[in-house]
Design a protein around this ligand. Structure first.
Ligand code: AMP
Length: 456
């Protein structure tokens, strides 16, 4: 399947070809034709599946015809975080470079006046976080009754962050004559209720969430004592033995991200923290510094880092084992992207055994355990080692059973094939060339399939 088959305009096709995309991702293949038809879409997909382009590309084509009016945006994309909003706007800029569409971002931490003057000039694409959008609406800077396309992105995260009442308020302000595209990584009951309320006869698309870690990521686990100072020392040791180009270091708590970033700086590593308690300009600056290489180590919390599109990361470090197993896959998925090699290290303590178990069960494979020189092995009384060994055993058992089933299947197929050949067929002599092989078959063949002259 190529992009040409999806019904997109030459302008958009040109832009995506320049972006280096050759093949649409599964969600793009499934969603784009329906969005172009004007159907509502309910997409169960997470970041990394190409879902942004699945709505942005057809939206650009739909919005290409029509005119903007002051303060009356023509489409609205609601996102839970400022970073995601910025990322989406970057995607629109990339894909819409051959279309003259106007865009505005309404996110917290940026001056109201700049946003207002953009709205005044009229916008085709409005990307907003719910709170800031309502602020503008309540101040009278914005009318929402001309929105023809509504996108709700990462609905489940909106719920986690307590934004659903705001989202419901916003949707109630829109005209019912619109197209709605609704995306969520998961579909719990509450999200399904919202989807039923907002969408009319949607095309439902589910892209299987990745529970598997990329084969291009080598995974390692270090078990150390549960003392922050020891964990930091372990991290520094690993960094020193690795050839780190740039890395994201994940912490479970924002406070720990701050402490760790400061500590790394003290040891002369170019590190900076990124988490939700920072001001918007500080977050943007940190991200920019990381992208340009000024910062080598980004110490991040999950919420701040989820959805961030940083293409080249050589390493991921889990300073803490994530408390949700699927976060492990998200985190280490930051490295080894697009077939590149990546390395992921997790620092675990005996108290993490419950979470580590969950990770093992989720990913279904074992992680290489490494020893850190100079650090004593922690007291294993909490049986973390036994659990790891048990996990390994049960994984091996699972793999053995899978292999057995595969072999049995193969044997059955073989047997079936054999039995379909009648006895007569089986006993027939094979008619071949006997012991003599003609000389032309022994001549080497060039890569282009032509025969090479003897002696070449
Ligand atoms: P998303 O799931 O929208 O966050 O996209 C994840 C990443 O995939 C982004 O870096 C996109 O630029 C990239 N991407 C999206 N669609 C494609 C495609 N068809 N081919 C290659 N990369 C893509």
């Amino acid at each position: 399947m190529t992009f040409n088959k999806l019904g997109l305009s030459p302008e958009v096709l040109q832009a995506i070809s320049e972006a280096g995309y050759t093949k649409p991702t599964p969600i793009q293949q499934q969603a784009i034709p329906f969005v172009l038809m004007g159907r509502d879409v309910l997409g169960c997909a997470q970041t990394g599946t190409g879902k942004t382009a699945s709505f942005a590309l057809p939206m650009i084509d739909i919005l290409a015809s029509g005119r903007v009016k002051a303060r009356m945006p023509r489409s609205l994309i609601l996102t839970p975080t400022r970073e995601l909003a910025i990322q989406i706007s970057e995607n629109f800029e990339l894909y819409g470079k051959y279309n003259k569409l106007s865009m505005a971002l309404l996110i917290g931490g940026v001056s109201f006046d700049d946003q207002l003057s953009k709205l005044d000039r009229g916008v085709d694409i409005l990307i907003a976080t719910p709170g800031r959008l309502l602020d503008h609406f309540e101040r009278g800077g914005l009318l929402l009754n001309n929105i023809k396309i509504l996108v709700i992105d990462e609905a489940d995260r909106m719920m986690d962050m307590g934004f659903i009442p705001d989202v419901e308020k916003i949707v109630a302000l829109l005209s019912p004559i619109r197209m709605t595209l609704f995306f969520s990584a998961t579909m719990p009951k509450e999200i399904r209720r919202l989807a039923d309320k907002f969408l009319i006869n949607p095309k439902e698309i589910t892209v299987t969430p990745s529970t598997t870690t990329a084969e291009t990521v080598a995974q390692f686990l270090a078990i150390v004592e549960g003392i922050p100072r020891i964990k930091r020392e372990a991290l520094r040791q690993i960094i020193k033995t690795e050839n780190v180009e740039n890395a994201i270091i994940f912490c479970n708590r924002k406070r720990d991200a701050d402490i760790l970033a400061k500590s790394l700086c003290k040891y002369k590593f170019r590190a900076a923290a990124l988490h939700g308690n920072m001001s918007q300009p500080a977050r943007l600056e940190t991200l920019e510094n990381f992208k340009t290489g000024n910062t080598q180590f980004l110490v991040a919390s999950d919420v701040a880092a989820r959805g961030l599109d940083i293409p080249k990361v050589s390493h991921v470090f889990n300073f803490d084992v994530p408390t949700h197993a699927e976060d492990y896959v998200h985190r280490i998925g930051r490295t080894g992207r697009a077939g590149r090699e990546g390395r992921a290290f997790t620092i675990s303590t005996p108290d993490d055994s419950k979470y580590l178990d969950a990770v093992y069960n989720f990913i279904g494979k074992s992680i290489n355990i490494i020893q850190i020189t100079g650090l004593n092995e922690p007291n294993m009384s909490s049986s973390i080692k036994t659990r790891i060994a048990k996990n390994k055993k049960s994984l091996n058992k699972k793999l053995d059973t899978q292999r057995k089933i595969k072999k049995e299947k193969k044997d059955t197929v073989h047997e079936n094939r054999k039995s379909t050949l009648g006895e007569k067929e089986k006993n027939k002599p094979v008619i071949g060339m006997g012991k003599h092989t003609p000389a032309f078959l022994l001549r080497p063949v060039a890569l282009d399939g032509t025969f090479k002259k003897r002696g070449n």
